[in-house]
Write a protein that binds this ligand. Sequence first.
Ligand SMILES: Nc1ncnc2c1ncn2[C@@H]1O[C@H](COP(=O)(O)OP(=O)(O)OP(=O)(O)O)[C@@H](O)[C@H]1O
Ligand SMILES: [Mg+2]
Length: 462
Amino acid sequence: MTTAPVCNLPKAIESSQTARILIVEDEPLIRSTLAEFLEQEGHAVEVAPDGETALHLAEQHHFDVVLCDLQLPGMDGVGVLERLLRISPDTIVVLVTAYGTVESAVEAFKRGAHDYLMKPLLLDEVAAKIRHLLAYRRLHLENQWLRRELHQQFDFRSIVGSSVAMRQVFELVRKVAGSRTTVLLIGESGTGKELIARAIHHNSPERDERFIAVNCAAIPEDLLENQLFGHRKGAYTGADRDVEGVFQHVGRGTLFLDEIAEMKPGTQAKLLRAIEQKEILPVGASAPVQVQARIIAATNKDLAREVAEGRFREDLYYRLNVVSIHLPPLRERREDIPELVEFLLARHVRNQGKKIRGVDHAAMQILLSAPWRGNVRELDNALQRAVILSDGPLITPADLPPDLAPDPDVCLTDDLRTAVSHFEKRHIERVLRTSPDKKEAARRLGLALSSLYRKIEELGIR
Ligand SMILES: Nc1ncnc2c1ncn2[C@@H]1O[C@H](COP(=O)(O)OP(=O)(O)OP(=O)(O)O)[C@@H](O)[C@H]1O
Ligand SMILES: [Mg+2]
């Protein structure tokens, strides 16, 4: 899977070098000096002489940072802190303590203060602390934002399809996501197996754990075992330290085993043990290690046939196939094409920064009827290419790959009479290709020669 999150951080996160700051301080001189200094640093500053005023201001505006003296007339700093965080939980609160009241500072941390400063205040120290806290908050917000983006990317909104077949897939995904059951995904190349595997993970209670994809066909057997189970120092020449395999590394997260049918018998046996006994034996280890990974496997082969023909272990097949999800090829759910085109096109238009509104009628006819042997991946690639090549507001046939001929057997209509003519035309064309002599063709078709000429005329056969 190649889709990395497109990183367009919101403005609020980007421009947090300067902040809205509230100073809560009862000594007028300290209050004004601090306010003046922080304004010079580029911050927007407001001041309050006591807790009540501070809370009143906080109810009206959002402050990024509050510098609050611990000893105030009336409500003390800890009291202000507690009530302020209830009004505005993401405000950074820094308590200012007089020398010798470290205990109160410790108490303040326990109640949610982010930091403290000691009096007498050194202005450079205040500036540095605010910079540091803002940088920290920026990272925190960025992290939260990226996490949300990631989850959104793999939630159901980014998997398109309203066909009955896809709705059944979503239903199953929803059901299995909540459990830790092993899932087998079956589908041709490009049908969205990895996308679905990630969606299951991102909709599961372990969504914050790791998701690791391993392609079982891409690497030789011993390397695959090493990658899955790891090894101990000295297991073989060059093994100069213990290396953890992905089974351990993934923790309680999801291990996605792609192209599982290509796994060799020796590795299959070890995988079976990992699933059945929840333990693995790293290469060179003397004792097994407990593992908890959730397994999702995928294949584009008929695994039952691989079993029947002795290439895949039957016991492992049953372990993997607790729930299987079939991803239908695109040509069997052409009704999803317009929606997919809209979704995928929008992504490429955004990425390329172009102003393309959509696909014209002729191009859509081609997209609707192409064979799509490479399924959604092929459609996605064709659209990416089209977005790069297109000069106008709409994608036209000229922007599509030249070899993208409509599948002649595809009939895009539900109307029976039109469908029959469509079939008649294709059939007569095929017979004429092998028998260009009309008399011969009419005989093969079981038609009178005059009827054949009429059909050629009516159906627009050239
Ligand atoms: N239903 C869908 N909605 C939106 N995008 C999809 C859908 N199905 C597939 N895609 C996109 O198509 C591409 C191929 O999907 P994916 O990699 O999941 O397929 P795959 O079955 O794992 O393919 P392969 O067998 O070739 O590895 C990805 O870019 C994916 O985001
Ligand atoms: Mg894949």
